[in-house]
Design a protein around this ligand. Structure first.
Ligand SMILES: *Cc1c(COP(=O)(O)O)cnc(C)c1O
Length: 364
């Protein structure tokens, strides 16, 4: 049996008729950018997350960098971010000229809230939290630290659509919740797409203006903005997916529960959740000291896996200018050498799950 790390086609076929009829509807409408599908999606997604406003954007990276731009965070400012995040989180900071200050993760892949305060300086302006792999981070503590030091809080929710901490949805704890709808994300479009959720009306308006060349009224440009609009077609297709979000999430939770119950191998460490946190299992990430040998073993059995991520941002070539060397973040660096995402996707059959579980249990 051949198993790929992800099967986005299955997520399409499950709701094929709905996707196809929505696509045709938008194509026939004659209106393709910033129309009624975008407005409707923004309304439905803000309701879904429990925030007041949603603004659709072109990607998750845009959501991040525009967020910092609109919060006036740039050159000379520092933003605290976890070392083990996807590089886009860090780019959201550095595109604006601000400096990322890295913090090590805790046992659950989230920012270690006990290690934040020691990193705060007079230049610290914000904390950027990534709810990595779909797990909510320790938001009670992080919110408390932001209040104590008067810091802005931005959440990278590109992997955590629907994940909650103490019953409150990720993306709604701070100033801006940044979402990506890249096709492989839990709420995936069929191309690039993103959004922010905010509670502040003014900030919501600033995002609307910025995404459209800095104009509120056509050809009257208030600020130097960007072209970062969510397409009508993607918004329409996202509305279809969003209407099934509970089912999509529950299915992944079920697979994760099976994995947790049935994968039993001393060489493999399974992911665990923080108290109060839920996980939507964007990825199911195991750890193994002999990770690279495990990859070879699985690939011989035609089970595809991915490393999220093999090179932590502080060691990426792009960030050599920050001057961090190997050994700077030992926990993050060790994770990069031991984590492995095993197949986890909507539409994964029981036989496929069995095969993954049995194969992992037989690894010696
Ligand atoms: C996917 C992702 C992004 C970037 O989103 P794009 O839509 O690809 O720009 C940012 N942060 C994290 C954690 C991601 O997983």
């Amino acid at each position: 049996m051949k198993i790929m790390p992800n099967r986005m086609d299955r997520g399409f076929f499950k709701y094929q008729e709905e996707f196809e009829s929505k696509a045709v509807e938008v194509l026939q409408s004659g209106w393709y950018v910033l129309g009624k599908e975008v407005s409707a999606f923004e309304e439905e997604f803000s309701e879904y997350t429990g925030s007041k406003y949603c603004v659709g954007l072109a990607s998750g990276l845009d959501a991040l960098w525009i967020a910092f731009r609109l919060l006036n965070i740039g050159k000379g400012d520092e933003v605290i971010v976890q070392g083990n995040t996807y590089i886009a989180s860090v780019m959201g900071i550095t595109i604006n000229g601000a400096t990322p200050v890295f913090v090590e993760p805790d046992e659950h892949f989230g920012m270690d809230s006990d290690k934040i305060e020691e990193k705060i300086t007079g230049k610290t302006k914000a904390i950027l939290v990534t709810h990595l792999y779909g797990m909510a981070s320790r938001m009670d503590k992080i919110v408390e630290i932001c209040r104590k030091y008067n810091l802005r809080l931005v959440e990278d929710c590109a992997q955590s659509h629907g994940a909650c901490f103490n019953g409150k949805m990720t993306g709604t704890f701070g100033d801006v919740g940044c979402f990506s709808f890249y096709p492989s994300k839990n709420l995936g479009a069929f191309g690039d797409a993103g959004a922010v959720v905010v509670n502040d009306e003014r900030l919501a308006k600033d995002f609307r203006i910025f995404r459209n060349y800095g104009s509120e009224k056509r050809y009257y440009n208030k600020v130097v903005g960007a072209n970062s609009r969510l397409d009508e077609l993607q918004a329409g297709l996202l509305r279809v997916r969003l209407s099934h979000m509970k089912e999509i999430t529950d299915e992944k939770v079920k697979i994760a529960e099976r994995y947790a119950r049935e994968i039993k191998n001393k060489k493999i460490q399974l992911p665990t959740l923080l108290e109060g946190a839920t996980c939507v299992w964007h990825q199911y990430v195991i750890r193994c000291e002999e990770r690279d040998r495990l990859i070879d073993y699985l690939s011989e059995k035609e089970i595809g896996t991915i490393i999220h991520y093999p090179i932590p941002p502080h060691l990426a070539e792009a960030y050599q200018y920050l001057g961090h060397k190997e050994g700077f973040l030992p926990i993050t660096e060790h994770l990069a050498k031991t984590v492995l995402s095993i197949p986890m996707y909507n539409g994964m059959t029981e036989e496929e799950q069995d095969y993954v579980i049995d194969s992992l249990n037989e690894f010696k």
